[in-house]
Design a protein around this ligand. Structure first.
Ligand code: SF4
Length: 341
């Protein structure tokens, strides 16, 4: 467990000018310039621009481009853009929205919100969106209700309840002062946290931050929260912190003091201070996605740089990927609790 630990209140990490980034606003402007220039170098411009269409750079694209480039390149048009709503994706959005609604209503005037019952809060949100759908996830869930897709609704409700319970478990109750839930539909902070280089660049960098602790101020004395219902390995955690530090800086225009990454299943959290090295690491992840989009248009799937790992177990292109299948058939590999025969 790194600085920030699992006890005490999460703090933004930079207090009263004591920080690792001397000028959070100037550094953010420089980062925007650097990332924009690197994207243009890769994509070209004017008549030389690569025919890549829109380039959506979110965490899952960055993860695929880093972990196994052919997996990202194989995504095609459906995998390169916003992946569209699914039960797991909608569950996180529903958990955020249910929490935001709980925080803003229902209590007697002036009374602080009570500790939410996660299942009751999610049920209340679902009842609300059925008649007044708000936000992308809200509209998608309302459509599933209209279609009587009970299995999907049950999966969303279960995931959202777990998300909300884990969030409160990790951050404590009452929540830290000045916490704003992000990406929660029609509430304050509901607008997507995204950045685009100056047009006509086709790139959109999308932050996956779930919340912000502290107001956005020029000193950068605030933190972004990345809540994960389950933990993960150290390398992935560092990459996630780097990507989200960079994406949030690009979108907000101020370098946050820290990124708070959580794991709802264990109740752990780690506060990662944001410094220039972390921002550069995040910029490399963003630029790698743009680079792989160009490679995909020039060379297609091309498995030459395939990087097999446990991810192969649920890779959509496993059936056509020799390196992945060989790796999974190797000694000591297990699938679903059974050895591969
Ligand atoms: S099967 Fe494995 S090695 Fe092949 S593309 Fe998928 S993740 Fe990469």
């Amino acid at each position: 467990m790194a600085a920030g630990g699992r006890t005490g209140r999460p703090q933004p990490g930079r207090r009263h000018g004591v920080g690792r980034v001397g000028d959070p606003v100037g550094e953010a402007a420089a980062l925007r310039r650097r990332v924009g220039e690197r994207c243009t170098e890769i994509l070209g411009d004017g008549d030389d621009a690569a025919p890549v269409g829109e380039v959506y750079v979110g965490w899952f694209a960055a993860l695929d481009a880093r972990a196994c480039p052919p997996r990202f390149r194989a995504g095609g048009e459906s995998g390169w853009g916003f992946p569209g709503w699914s039960a797991p994706l909608a569950a996180a959005a529903a958990g955020r929205a249910a929490l935001a609604v709980h925080l803003t209503g229902g209590e007697p005037l002036g009374a602080p919100p009570s500790l939410p019952d996660p299942l009751a809060a999610v049920r209340a949100w679902m009842k609300m969106v059925r008649t007044a759908p708000e936000g992308g996830a809200g509209r998608w869930v309302a459509e599933r209700m209209d279609e009587r897709d009970d299995a999907t609704i049950a999966a969303v409700a279960a995931g959202a309840t777990r998300w909300l319970a884990g969030f409160v478990r990790v951050l404590g109750w009452p929540l830290p002062p000045h916490l704003l839930v992000l990406g929660a539909g029609g509430t304050e902070g509901g607008r997507p946290l995204q950045w685009r280089p100056p047009r006509p660049s086709p790139v959109t960098v999308a932050s996956g931050a779930d919340a912000r602790v502290g107001k956005v101020v020029g000193s950068g004395d605030f933190a972004v929260v990345i809540h994960r219902p389950t933990g993960g390995d150290d390398g992935r955690l560092h990459d996630r912190a780097a990507f989200e530090a960079t994406a949030a800086t690009l979108a907000i225009g101020v370098v946050p003091a820290s990124v708070l990454v959580t794991a709802g299943d264990t109740g752990e959290r780690v506060r990662v201070p944001v410094d220039t090295a972390l921002l550069d690491a995040g910029a490399d992840l963003v630029v790698a996605v743009v680079h792989q989009r160009v490679v995909a248009t020039e060379r297609g799937h091309d498995r030459a740089d395939a990087t097999p790992s446990p991810t192969c177990r649920h890779c959509d292109v496993l059936a056509e990927c020799g390196p992945g299948r060989s790796w999974l058939a190797g000694p000591g590999r297990w699938r679903g609790g059974l050895p591969v025969l």
